[in-house]
Design a protein around this ligand. Structure first.
Ligand code: ATP
Ligand code: MG
Length: 532
């Protein structure tokens, strides 16, 4: 009896020591696998790539096969299988579980590990992946991310039905913790990138809005022709030469061409050729090497290089010297140049838009502008009409510009119809820029934010001059519908006076009033009567 007892103890002892050796062995294996998993996860930001490596490590080192990570799709809330060890070429990608569905969905919902001792005996096991051995256990644990809670499920299959399941669950939970950190990081990067993308798209839309056709006012035939030309020319890489008097909107058109062209996403570089002397212009356009000249302490890229892939706007091209014209011709012809002080020939892909208010043809005739450069630039000319040739656009322009000024002054501004009629009688030698400046001065002087004819007068646009010296010879005299119900009393009287050449009796007749009545109104409405 005693002998039998001591025999039993010896047997138990040896089983216990085998058990502890197995546990020890598993622990060591798991520790080294954990170390490798953590280094895999810290190597890259590509989440699916690292997760693939993780399940591979678990298979090779951690004695766990069919490692599977499914993550919650942030849009639908479903669990999508991200990686499956030995899952082949992603047939698993279409597999999804809703929270609470099957074993995997329940792990997410309950936010607790689940050990299935034998897959074949678990009625909730859906086996959607169809890869698991039905005779073996299955362990799944939730992947948690700090406050966010469960973001996925990590599961695997141990190699045998043994009594080490508890240790394995602990191990899987540790790995799931590490995966959670990686998912958190990936979410942060994803969110940040999405925000940046949204910001970029918003800015692009804004830039497009600012430089699109909506910001170019004009309904006259002359402007419709310009819009057609811009639409056509924007599609191609053709060199464009924008001609026109100062202030006619040449730069605005250059913007519209670039921002409506296939190059809109690339850079748009502008250079005013009149602003720099020849030597500076050269290094500005072509760049320079370090030490090329006194002061060139570092190498610098020129505008041509900066504009590579995009558009370069050469404003006031008529101002460049004959010597520089030759240098420009080469880069326009060959797309090639060297930095100042450099020997390496650089090649760029740049679309050129140039602008000038000079009469280049007569300068070519006088030998001041190279003929070959003229033909290079004049591939697609766009002639901006002067404002006096499209005076019918003044009302729209005035209202648009007043709204623009109101935005910068952050207050309400309006322009009266009688003020607009005055603006329409002027010849505008400085074109839209002069109109803009005139309205800005008027706005500054208008305490109430109403720009009427008197303020326009005070703002430097002499109404008398507008009607006489600089008035449009034979220009359109805008006729006003005196019965227009939108016209207020003051506007109606002014319109009638204008129509009647400021002869009060005639104006009174137009308004079906007596001369006495109109005189009274002129006085009470504080209309300044012009004396001729
Ligand atoms: N059609 C238009 N619609 C709205 N604003 C315009 C229009 N044309 C010109 N402008 C405005 O007038 C001003 C002058 O325009 P821009 O600078 O494009 O003229 P420009 O022809 O380049 O003049 P310059 O020859 O003097 O350089 C700008 O503030 C511009 O926004
Ligand atoms: Mg300009």
């Amino acid at each position: 009896m005693k002998l039998a007892l001591s025999c039993m103890t010896a047997k138990e002892d040896s089983r216990a020591s085998v058990d502890s050796a197995r546990k020890q062995d598993l622990l060591e294996t798991q520790l080294s696998a954990l170390f490798e998993v953590s280094s895999v996860l810290s190597r890259s930001l590509n989440l699916s790539q690292t997760l693939r490596e993780v399940v591979e490590v678990l298979h090779q080192r951690g004695r766990l096969s069919k490692g599977m990570v499914s993550l919650v799709d942030r849009e639908t809330g479903d669990l999508l299988v991200s990686v499956l060890h030995e899952g082949g070429v992603a047939p698993f990608e279409s597999v999804r579980y809703q929270p609470g569905e099957g074993v995997v969905g329940r792990i997410l919902e309950r936010n607790r590990p689940w050990v299935v001792p034998r897959v074949a005996e678990e009625p909730h096991f859906l086996d959607r992946l169809g890869v698991y051995d039905p005779q073996l256990p299955f362990i799944g644990v939730p992947i948690r991310v700090g406050e966010e809670g469960g973001v996925g499920v990590f599961a695997a299959q141990p190699p045998a039905r043994d009594d080490l399941l508890r240790q394995r669950v602990l191990f899987l939970e540790m790995v799931a913790n590490l995966i959670g950190q990686a998912v958190r990081l990936a979410h942060m990067v994803e969110d940040e990138q999405r925000e940046l993308r949204e910001e970029r798209d918003k800015l692009r839309r804004q830039v497009r809005g600012n430089h699109g056709f909506d910001s170019i006012i004009g309904r006259t035939d002359a402007m419709k022709l310009i819009f057609d030309q811009v639409r056509q020319v924007a599609k191609w890489n053709t060199t464009v030469l924008i001609r026109g008097e100062s202030g006619t909107g040449k730069e605005l058109i250059a913007d519209a061409i670039h921002y409506n062209s296939p190059r809109a996403r690339n850079v748009f570089i502008k250079l005013n050729c009149a602003a720099l002397p020849d030597n500076l212009l050269e290094s500005e356009l072509f760049g320079h090497e370090k030490g090329a000249f006194t002061g060139a302490t570092v190498q610098r890229k020129g505008r041509f290089e900066q504009a590579d892939g995009g558009t370069l706007f050469l404003d006031e091209i008529g101002e460049i010297s004959p010597a520089f014209q030759g240098k420009l011709l080469r880069v326009l012809q060959e797309g090639e140049f060297e930095r100042v002080g450099g020997i390496r020939t650089l090649k760029v892909d740049v679309r050129i838009i140039a602008a000038t208010n000079r009469d280049l043809e007569s300068e070519v005739r006088n030998g001041e502008f190279r003929e070959d450069l003229y033909y290079r630039l004049n591939v697609m000319p766009i002639h901006m009409p002067s404002l006096r040739d499209r005076i019918e656009d003044v009302p729209d322009l005035a209202r648009f510009l007043v709204a623009k000024i109101a935005r910068t002054q952050q207050r309400d501004l309006t322009v009266t119809d009688s003020a607009v009629r005055v603006l329409m009688r002027y010849r505008w030698p400085g074109n839209v820029r002069e109109l803009e400046n005139c309205l800005e001065r008027a706005a500054v002087m208008s305490a109430e934010g109403i720009i009427d004819r008197d303020i326009i007068n005070l703002a430097g646009l002499d109404v008398a001059a507008a009607d006489h010296d600089l008035a449009m010879p034979g220009g359109p005299t805008p006729t006003v519908d005196l019965d227009d119900p939108n016209l207020d009393e003051r506007e109606r009287v002014i319109a009638a006076l204008e129509e009647a050449g400021w002869v009060q009796a005639r104006a009174a007749r137009l308004l079906n009033m007596t001369p006495r009545q109109i005189a009274y109104r002129i006085q009470t409405l504080k209309i300044k009567v012009r004396q001729f």
